[in-house]
Design a protein around this ligand. Structure first.
Ligand code: ADP
Length: 172
């Protein structure tokens, strides 16, 4: 697992993850950027998926993106943390990685799901992302290279701190 600061639409990986909404018909933020770069074929493909529940994930091709696939997942809207937001956010990372493994994907990049318009506190979200990805990777039959793609420099700092703590834990 590693963290970088980049625009996720530029990454050449087997799959990028989209922080989508329940309709899967495009939106703002990273969702808008992914649809703009992938082109109209992505929206046409998404229309066939019948939406996606919060915490779940669905896969499409990447079309004009350098990434071969897009895994669309729907993060929770932050309302204070008492409506299962941590469990739902963890589920996004777990289900995306499980779906990736089922499709033979060997490299995947995640945006900071839910931390934009959906308002999830960035540090808590980074902790869940790193902890859940680390735990899920240990359960998968094949190794997957995970990149946490931070748009904001502040998020990169949070992820690097969480990754350092995770590898220190793994070594002890
Ligand atoms: P959500 O609705 O799940 O909060 P947003 O798209 O509003 O989704 O924000 C999620 C994260 O994606 C935020 O951290 C935001 O900075 C980041 N983001 C926005 N555009 C991009 C991009 N092109 N590449 C990577 N991350 C992006």
């Amino acid at each position: 697992m590693r963290a970088i600061q980049a625009d996720i639409t530029t990454l050449t990986v087997d799959a990028i993850v989209n922080a989508a909404n329940n309709l899967l018909l495009g939106g703002g933020g990273v969702d808008g950027a992914i649809h703009r770069t992938a082109g109209p074929e992505l929206l046409a493909d998404c229309r066939l998926l019948n939406g996606c529940q919060t915490g779940e994930a669905k896969i499409t091709r990447g079309y004009r993106l350098p990434a071969k696939h897009v895994i669309h997942t729907v993060g929770p809207i932050w309302t204070g943390g008492r409506c299962d937001e941590p469990q739902l956010l963890a589920s996004c990372y777990r289900r995306s990685l499980e779906l990736a493994a089922e499709h033979g994907i060997r490299s995947i990049a995640f945006p900071c799901i839910s931390t934009g318009v959906y308002g999830y506190p960035a540090d808590q979200a980074a902790a869940i992302a790193v902890r859940t990805a680390s735990a899920t990777l240990r359960t998968l039959p094949i190794p997957i290279e995970v990149t946490f793609c931070c748009f904001l420099r502040s998020d990169l700092g949070l992820y690097n701190a969480r990754l350092a703590a995770d590898s220190a834990e793994g070594a002890s």
